[in-house]
Write a protein that binds this ligand. Structure first.
Ligand SMILES: *Cc1c(COP(=O)(O)O)cnc(C)c1O
Length: 485
């Protein structure tokens, strides 16, 4: 079929700008030059890429079309597991853009930054209260960086005691960044198997915890969407051998107002502001992974720290045991503004309600789909639920086929093939921001797809059929990156 890019709005192909360009076209018209032409010094500016010649309208249409091919939380349900792709109120964007906040220069003296410092100090207190921890650093720019800072902190703690421990215990239900962060700190990640019920037992930890082990990194709720119920017993085992407990709290969206991580005996925890606290998440934009600790570990937090003095707020580097800086200035300030605004607009009751609704929605999906998809761990879940393609595999239909087919039904596919301990995993996190009607539509689409898998599997093998781009080679971009234009 010939593909037209006419005016119907249905654009089936969009060539690259290089393919569209025609020599001599121009997107601007300048007055005739009245000085001699002198080419720029290549030594100074370097030789740039060869850009195609295009008219202004061609450029505008190209980018506008591409922007309409996007899928976002603002266009439809985005049920990725382990990512919390929820709706973030636009109001907080407005606050983050306020001139006094977005224009605040990080090199301004403290006396001219009292508002920003007060905001950061208050946000630290809010997060301490929400998590049940004592002290907070807002510096890390992402969850994974919070983990890295946390590992550095655990290392500094042992070093201070004159110990050099080499291992970190990490359950098989942890997020993939956990072993990577431990390894970056030169710790050797030691895997622990979770039990038949999908959670970790204190007994399993007991068997592996020794004086060579610096601590444990537990994702809680874990990547199966299950709460680690034995966390306190696990912490007791780890503490009894001198180790520390790190909790990956990126999934705080499930537990706000319900779980006090401090009372769960967690020593160090990070949370992801860009998942739970109103920063649009995705596309690799700026984030924040604040690090929260018990008071014995506060001296090790990154500097500078916001302190309250008789003359107001100030940034202090005067923490000799600190692991140092992990980010330029104080982190991603705009993200902090959004989180502060979100917490204030929700209030304590609202935050708790958000978590309750997130958990309710996930359990609703789990219950409605459990006969349709295989549910490997059939027990109450937290913010997300994990299915597998076991029932569909007999028809030679896989998780990937079903995820692609969901796109034909207008849904972003959920997370697939993660966590690794579930073969053919399909991991769904609806979040608290989807309505029952929307969730019902998603459930109906999943049921329809499961029926197709049974009756017309070829529909799934060829999916997506209605998207601009059909099946792409999943790994080509990573294996053969095209790094030049
Ligand atoms: C998202 C996530 C991370 C990583 O956070 P980034 O901000 O993407 O670095 C770590 N752990 C868990 C459980 C997560 O869900």
């Amino acid at each position: 079929m010939t593909e037209f890019s006419g005016t119907s709005g249905l654009i089936h192909s969009e060539p690259l700008l290089w393919e569209k360009g025609r020599p001599g076209r121009s997107a601007f018209s300048l007055p005739r030059r009245d000085v001699d032409f002198s080419p720029p010094d290549e030594g100074l500016v370097g030789k740039g890429p060869e850009f195609p010649d295009l008219s202004e309208l061609e450029v505008v249409r190209h980018y506008t079309r591409l922007s309409q091919w996007n899928f976002a939380v603002d266009t439809g349900m985005y049920p990725l597991g382990s990512c919390t792709m929820k709706y973030n109120p636009k109001l907080h964007e407005k606050y983050a853009a306020l001139q006094g906040l977005s224009g605040a220069h990080p090199l301004l003296p403290g006396s001219l930054s009292q508002g920003a410092l007060c905001l950061m100090h208050t946000l630290e207190r809010f997060l301490a209260e929400i998590t049940g921890m004592d002290a907070v650093s807002l510096q890390p720019a992402a969850g994974a960086q919070g983990e890295l800072a946390g590992m550095l902190l655990i290392h500094a703690y042992h070093k201070r005691k004159g110990e050099q421990r080499t291992k970190i215990l990490i359950p098989d239900t942890a997020h993939g960044t956990n072993p990577a962060s431990a390894a970056l700190c030169r710790y050797r990640p030691v895997a622990i198997r979770s039990g038949e019920n999908g959670i970790l037992s204190a007994r399993a930890v007991e068997g592996l915890m020794d004086e060579e082990t610096a601590g444990i990194m537990v994702t809680n709720p874990n990547t199966l969407g299950l709460f680690e119920e034995e966390i306190r017993q696990i912490a007791a085992v780890v503490h009894s051998r001198g180790g520390l407990v790190y909790c990956d709290g990126a999934n705080l969206n499930a537990v706000m107002g319900m779980v006090d991580m401090g009372r769960c005996a967690v020593d160090v925890l990070h949370c992801n502001l860009h998942k739970t606290f109103s920063t649009p998440h995705g596309g690799g934009g700026p984030g924040a992974g604040p690090l929260c600790v018990q008071k014995e570990l506060a001296p090790f937090l990154p500097v500078p720290r916001v302190v309250e003095t008789p003359d107001g707020y100030a940034l202090s580097e005067d923490f000799p045991l600190s692991v140092g800086r992990v980010h330029a200035f104080y982190g991603n300030f705009g993200v902090l503004v959004r989180a502060y605004a979100y917490i204030l607009t929700m209030g304590a009751k609202g935050l708790k309600k958000a978590s309750q609704m997130a958990v309710l929605n996930a359990n609703y999906i789990k219950e409605r789909l459990k006969g349709t998809f295989h549910l490997p761990y059939d027990r109450p879940c937290m913010h997300e639920c994990v299915f597998s393609d076991k029932f569909q595999r007999v028809h030679k239909v896989t998780t990937l086929d079903m995820a692609k087919r969901l796109m034909d039904y207008g849904f972003h596919p959920p997370t697939i093939y993660f966590p690794l301990i579930v073969h053919g995993a399909l991991m769904v996190e609806p979040t608290e921001t989807e309505s029952k009607e929307q969730i019902d539509l998603f459930v109906e689409a999943c049921k329809a797809i499961a029926a197709e898998a049974h009756q017309e599997p070829e529909l799934l093998w060829e999916a997506p059929r209605r998207c601009k781009v059909r099946r792409m080679e999943e790994a080509a971009a990573a294996r053969h990156p095209c790094l030049s234009g």
